[in-house]
Design a protein around this ligand. Structure first.
Ligand code: GLU
Length: 380
């Protein structure tokens, strides 16, 4: 990817987005009165998402609302619930929430897929890789994943607790280029606009400095779970992954259309795109735990931008797991690059030199065709 393409990506404007995560807060989705999903709002949102998809965009939805929707059927009326009550409400609410999404997007014949994640799923390598592969598979099949935290199993220590950060982790996981946080405020202000008449709206942030953090103030319970503080934490995660983030007000119908028309919002713009950020992470952020040596034909293929297939591998050294970083060495032993291995060292040793179509017969499961996919490879 050229620098020009990167520069092109990292400007404002939703029209530049290709793989977009849209996070929708509970206050938008759930009506205050009957505590049920706002069907008319949801239908309008589904229309906008369907229009985006028609234009070739890949979309993931991170939808809150399970706890809010699940209170009524379980008869909870007090406003503050204990953790286990929240988890019970989430269990009752999630099924209704998923159903509402299914109905809204089903009107456009879009396949909806429910994905429930915990913090651990986005941190532990193997689970991270599985979640990432599943989400990528769903996107390649044209489905829209509707994601929430798996609130029923997440204990206090392993909870995100807020879907802003969950959405940013999802964006990082699938190398999304844009994260849209729809909430009840149209962006970041220099101070809380509800309390300070002189608060000014910020159009664009390129770095989360201490001054920017000070604008967010302390977490407020009035606005969703974490208010602006968790949104800035999300921005940090997204920006480090090379993903642009935008905060916009989602209360009115068709908030995505409003965003397209240049409606008021705050953009958070990182300095590099997702591919570059991922490659930097592979190069510098991971300690390699082994090596593979490849033949001359594979060196040429890699330099042409192709993936590393088992057929081109002549040796495996060290002990590594699937998802670990490894060094790729040429026939003379010199390092030609680094990448993320799709196989453990044991399995890699068994399939080296073999055709990808034989992998299943050798290992007893059908893994990836590539030992290192080209998106997971950085050449020296
Ligand atoms: N996962 C929670 C729910 O669906 C929402 C968390 C949040 O509001 O950020 O109810």
């Amino acid at each position: 990817m050229t620098n020009a393409t990167h520069a092109h990506r990292l400007v404002k404007g939703i029209d530049k987005g290709k793989r977009i995560v849209v996070k929708i807060g509970s206050s938008l989705l759930v009506s205050e009165g009957d505590r049920a999903p706002r069907r008319d709002w949801l239908d309008a949102m589904a229309d906008d998402l369907a229009a985006w998809r028609k234009r070739g965009r890949e979309i993931l939805v991170v939808s809150s609302g399970a706890i809010a929707i699940g209170r009524l059927p379980l008869g909870f009326d007090s406003t503050s619930l204990r953790l286990e009550e929240c988890q019970a409400a989430a269990a009752a609410g999630q099924i209704r929430l998923a159903h509402a999404w299914q109905e809204a997007l089903g009107r456009h014949s879009i396949a909806v897929a429910q994905v429930l994640l915990t913090l651990e799923d986005t941190e532990a390598r193997r689970r991270y890789l599985n979640a990432r592969t599943t989400l990528n598979t769903l996107l390649s099949l044209g489905a829209i994943p509707v994601i929430n935290e798996n609130d029923t199993v997440a204990t206090e220590e392993i909870r995100f607790g807020d879907n802003d950060r969950l959405a940013a982790r999802v964006a990082q996981m699938v190398s999304a280029d844009t994260l849209v946080l729809l909430s009840d405020i149209d962006g970041l202000y220099t101070a809380d606009p509800n309390r300070d008449a002189k608060a000014e709206h910020m159009e664009e942030i390129r770095e989360i400095t201490a001054a920017v953090e000070a604008m967010a103030g302390t977490p407020s319970l009035e606005h969703g779970t974490g208010g602006m503080v968790t949104k800035l934490q999300a921005a940090r995660i997204a920006m480090a992954a090379g993903c642009r983030m935008v905060i916009a007000n989602g209360h009115d119908f068709h908030p995505l259309q409003a965003l397209e028309k240049g409606g008021r919002c705050t953009w958070f713009l990182p300095s590099a795109g997702p591919k570059q950020a991922r490659k930097q992470w592979i190069e510098g952020g991971l300690r390699p735990s082994g090596n593979v040596t490849v033949d001359a034909g594979a060196v040429t293929a890699l330099k042409d931008g192709r993936s590393l297939l088992p057929a081109g591998v002549t040796g495996v050294e060290g002990s590594f797991a699937r998802g670990d970083a490894i060094i790729v060495k040429g026939p003379d032993g010199s390092e030609i690059g680094r990448g993320i291995s799709a196989y453990s060292s044991d399995d890699a040793a068994r399939i080296l030199g073999r055709k990808s179509r034989d992998i299943e017969a050798i290992l007893g499961y059908r893994g990836r065709d590539e030992m290192i996919h080209r998106d997971d490879l950085v050449l020296r």
